[in-house]
Structure formats: structure tokens, C-alpha cells
Ligand binder design. Structure first.
Ligand code: FES
Ligand code: FE2
Length: 400
């Protein structure tokens, strides 16, 4: 049972523009509040339609304590469900991905069709109504090859985000890609510390020596690197029919940004890592496209690959980070791309970020921790994340 008044008192102690009070980063009751309320009022990016090649292909992930499942039906449609059996509640599909002609619970073999209907439940009486024991569906949105789900109707309107992101995402033809690699990391840090770190590059100059070869390290705010001339980048994009506008809602943020001068993609040396590109750049480096949604995801698309980062809360001081790399469906491993060259820069960056987040957690847990001020330009996106969290938490606490 969550003590509503305690949560409201803690929220009243938060200061805009500063990191959160200690309890928000390590207290079991605040964590319980987060998974019961924040996570049920949000959209989560599960991955890409390209991962679900044919009927019966599924992705299974756990959001906080909530196991969920996205599966492609025989009609080609992707649906998401709670991955919890309607008999006695066992988790049906194991975490990860796979393919099966039916969704079969491993406990007593209740069997569901790919559209969630219960097809078979042996030894149940004749009076049993299979039709009222189908899998519980989740709100599902497909955005240019990306799969988003929400655990309840309390999640916000998806359409403003779709309208802003789709024109950009369509240029990468994500439906015609394939998953080249996926990594799963466990981080001993609260999910909000992992996300605050993921929302700023204040730490990048010293924290990411490999990323800095290709990725701009100092942004003026938003997605404009210090020292770059926005007009030059805008004209280049415009000549390719692309918009340079950054757009944002309370829980999402999309925009294009230039890479370091002359750099074509984010890799260890800045040179392309896949010879079959996702888009035709006409020989001009077009930078990256970033789309991010709260509470837990950011993605970058480059001309040759896409990178997705997703942080899933596991406990008050534990977070699972799932990363995915997408390449053209035509790209052949070992011929058109080398897996190590494709993945090294973000793998190193992830490991560096894990060390930073875990170190942040250790300091925050001490008696000496006091919420500190964010840098207005360098941590603008952290300020946005923090504003979103406090507003969503306040609404949720008032509704408890
Ligand atoms: S819990 Fe799934 S069949 Fe019994
Ligand atoms: Fe980082």
C-alpha cells in the first residue's frame, strides 16, 4: 500500500531545475509508486516491426513488474498483450524474442491464438467461457516501423508525437530493416539516474572518449552543437527535402542534428559501418535524427544504421538497459557490415554510462547528498525529464 500523503510531501520538497531528493532515487516506496503509476501512464518503445518477421514472431519484455508481449498475427497485424496467463497468471512467453504458431502457457498448456483469443484449455468444464478469458490487450501504436505500447488508457495522446516523428522516420524505411544486434545490461542504479544520464551530454567530453570522435560533445541546448552554424545544416537538410526543426511535447522530443564536421555516422572513426545505407544522402553527411520518449527511451538514426536505447526499471537501485542496432534488410553480416565495427562505439558508451550511473547512485545514497542545480543549457533535456516526472507523479499521486 503506497502512502499517498508521503509521496505528495516528497514531491512538494522537489525544486524545479534541481536533481530530486534522495528518496526518489533509492526508496522502495517511491519505486513502488513509480511502477504502479508512472509506468502505467506512459508509452514504451518495445522495438521494431522488422523484428517480428512473420506470424507468431514475438518480443517479450518486463516493464517494472509487468510482463508484456508483442506478437505478429496471421493477418500481419502486430498486437500487444499482458504476458500473463488468464488461468492462474503464469508468465507465458519467456523474456526475449521468439516465434510460435500459438501462444502456449508453459504451466497447464492453456493455448491462445496470435490475436489473443483463448483457443484451448483442457479439462475445463463445459460451462467454462473461453471467450471471456483471452489475453488482455494493450494499447499499441506502430510508428514508421517502431512499436509502442501503453499499459493503460491513462497514457497520453500518441498523435502529436506521431505527427512530429513520422516524416523524419519515414526517410529511413525502418520496415525494410533487420535487427543486427541486441544487448542487455544490468545497471545498479535507479531508472531515473540512468535516464538523467541518458538525457545529457554534459558528461560526454570526459566520459565518452570514443563517442566524441563522431558525436558533438557540447550542445547549446536542444540539439544544436556549439560552434556549428545552424543555417548551413538547415540549408543542407532543406535541399534534401528534410526539416531541421526540433519538436517536443511534454513526454517526447524529436530532431535532427549535425555530427562533427565531415563525419557521416557515429562509429569509432566516423566512417560508415554498413555499406548498404538506409537512406540516400546524395553524398552529404546529413547528421543524425534523434527521437526520445519519456520515461525510458532514446534512439538515433544515421544514414547507415539505427540505435535504440531503452531503460527498464527492475528495482529501487536496479535498471535493465536494452539496446538494439538495426541495419538494412539487404545488409549481409561479414560482407556489408562487420558486427564489431557496427556496435563498438555504443557498446563502449553504454558501459561508460553504466559506470557513471552506478557511481551517481553511490554518491546519492550518502548522507551528504543534497539535490543540486542542473546546468541550464547543457542539461536542458534533463530539466525536461525532471519536469515531466514531477508533473506525471503529481497527477498520479493526486489520483491515488
Ligand atoms: S497458469 Fe497458464 S495454463 Fe495454468
Ligand atoms: Fe553518456
Amino acid at each position: 500500500m503506497i502512502n499517498r500523503q508521503r509521496i505528495l510531501n516528497l514531491l512538494a520538497g522537489c525544486q524545479p531545475g534541481r536533481s530530486l531528493p534522495q528518496a526518489f532515487y533509492n526508496d522502495p516506496e517511491v519505486y513502488e509508486f513509480d511502477v504502479a503509476t508512472i509506468l502505467t501512464r506512459s508509452w514504451f518503445m518495445l522495438g521494431f516491426t522488422a523484428e517480428l518477421a512473420g506470424p507468431g514472431s514475438y518480443i517479450s519484455v518486463t516493464i517494472g513488474p509487468h510482463p508484456i508481449l508483442a506478437v505478429r498475427g496471421r493477418d500481419g497485424r502486430i498486437r500487444a498483450f499482458h504476458n500473463t496467463c488468464r488461468h492462474r497468471g503464469a508468465q507465458i512467453c519467456p523474456e526475449g524474442s521468439g516465434s510460435s504458431p500459438r501462444i502456449v502457457c508453459p504451466y497447464h498448456r492453456w493455448t491462445y491464438d496470435l490475436d489473443g483469443r483463448l483457443m484451448a484449455a483442457t479439462r475445463m468444464p463445459a460451462t467454462f467461457e473461453a471467450s471471456s478469458h483471452g489475453l488482455i490487450a494493450l494499447r499499441t501504436e506502430i510508428l514508421s516501423g517502431c512499436i509502442y505500447v501503453a499499459l493503460s488508457d491513462a497514457a497520453p495522446d500518441f498523435e502529436p508525437f506521431r505527427a512530429a516523428a513520422q516524416p523524419h522516420l519515414d526517410t529511413y524505411r525502418l520496415a525494410d530493416t533487420k535487427l543486427a544486434f541486441e544487448s542487455v545490461l544490468t545497471e545498479k542504479a535507479n531508472w531515473k539516474l540512468v535516464m538523467e544520464n541518458a538525457r545529457e551530454c554534459y558528461h560526454c567530453l570526459t566520459g565518452h572518449p570514443d563517442l566524441k570522435i563522431s558525436f558533438p560533445m557540447v550542445f547549446e541546448g536542444g540539439l544544436t552543437p556549439v560552434g556549428s552554424d545552424p543555417a548551413v545544416f538547415e540549408n543542407l537538410l532543406r535541399s534534401r527535402g528534410l526539416s531541421a526543426d526540433t519538436q517536443a511535447g511534454s513526454w517526447w522530443h524529436v530532431g535532427r542534428y549535425p555530427l562533427n564536421p565531415g563525419i557521416e555516422t557515429v562509429s569509432m572513426d566516423g566512417r560508415p559501418v554498413v555499406s548498404t545505407p538506409l537512406m540516400d544522402t546524395g553524398g552529404h553527411p546529413l547528421g543524425g535524427f534523434r527521437w526520445a520518449t519519456d520515461p525510458n527511451t532514446f534512439c538515433h538514426a544515421f544514414s547507415d544504421y539505427v540505435f535504440m536505447f531503452s531503460a527498464l526499471p527492475v528495482g529501487p537501485e536496479e535498471t535493465r538497459v536494452i539496446s538494439k542496432w538495426l541495419v538494412s534488410s539487404q545488409a549481409r553480416e561479414g560482407i556489408d557490415y562487420d558486427l564489431e565495427k557496427l556496435t563498438t562505439v555504443w557498446t563502449k558508451t553504454n558501459l561508460q554510462d553504466r559506470a557513471l550511473a552506478e557511481n551517481n547512485q553511490r554518491g546519492v545514497n550518502g548522507r551528504g547528498y543534497r539535490p543540486g542545480p542542473y546546468a541550464p543549457g547543457a542539461e536542458e533535456l534533463v530539466i525536461r525529464f525532471n519536469d515531466w516526472y514531477r508533473a506525471t507523479a503529481r497527477d498520479a499521486a493526486n489520483a491515488l
